[in-house]
Design a protein around this ligand. Structure first.
Ligand SMILES: [Zn+2]
Length: 153
């Protein structure tokens, strides 16, 4: 299942990517969202009931969400059969740009990450699209902590 999320669902979109779901986000214009959803056969995620109705009339598959919170939205998606078990980095996509993530040898990153980070960690991943580098530092641990909460939703 591939998704396109409306502008109110940025946090959810980033988390879907971390779980490996191909999720477009950042398209502001509703007509453009609908055009892309149809052209790329993406499921529309939205909290806007008007947009959901328009999408359905056009034949776009829609998951209409009602919760304001990430936990609530993940709960709604679990009810629709989505799984939130395998968090980053396995199968993950870049939370910033939706690009594919792949492991990189440490040697390739000399000078591309802070020296203290280079010294401290041995596991690195990079986004093939935007070049963002990821390693198991503080932000990563915070992600795992939230992921543990989402598993129990
Ligand atoms: Zn990226």
């Amino acid at each position: 299942m591939r998704f396109i999320a409306d502008m109110m669902l940025g946090r959810l979109a980033r988390w879907l990517r971390l779980y490996g779901y191909d999720t477009l986000y950042g398209v502001e214009d509703d007509d453009e969202i609908l055009r892309i959803a149809l052209a790329e056969n993406r499921v529309l995620l939205t909290r806007d009931s008007g947009l959901a109705a328009r999408a359905r009339r056009l034949g776009v598959e829609v998951i209409a969400l009602s919760s304001n919170s990430l936990e609530g939205q993940v709960g709604e998606l679990k009810k629709r059969g989505l799984e939130f078990e395998e968090l980053f980095p396995a199968h993950a996509r870049c939370p910033k740009c939706n690009g594919p993530i792949r492991p990189v040898p440490k040697d390739d990153l000399r000078g591309r990450v802070p020296e203290s980070v280079y010294q401290k960690y041995d596991e690195f991943y990079v986004c093939e699209n935007c070049g963002q580098v990821y390693w198991p530092g503080r932000q990563w641990r915070e992600m795992l902590r939230i992921g543990e909460k989402l598993r129990r939703v």
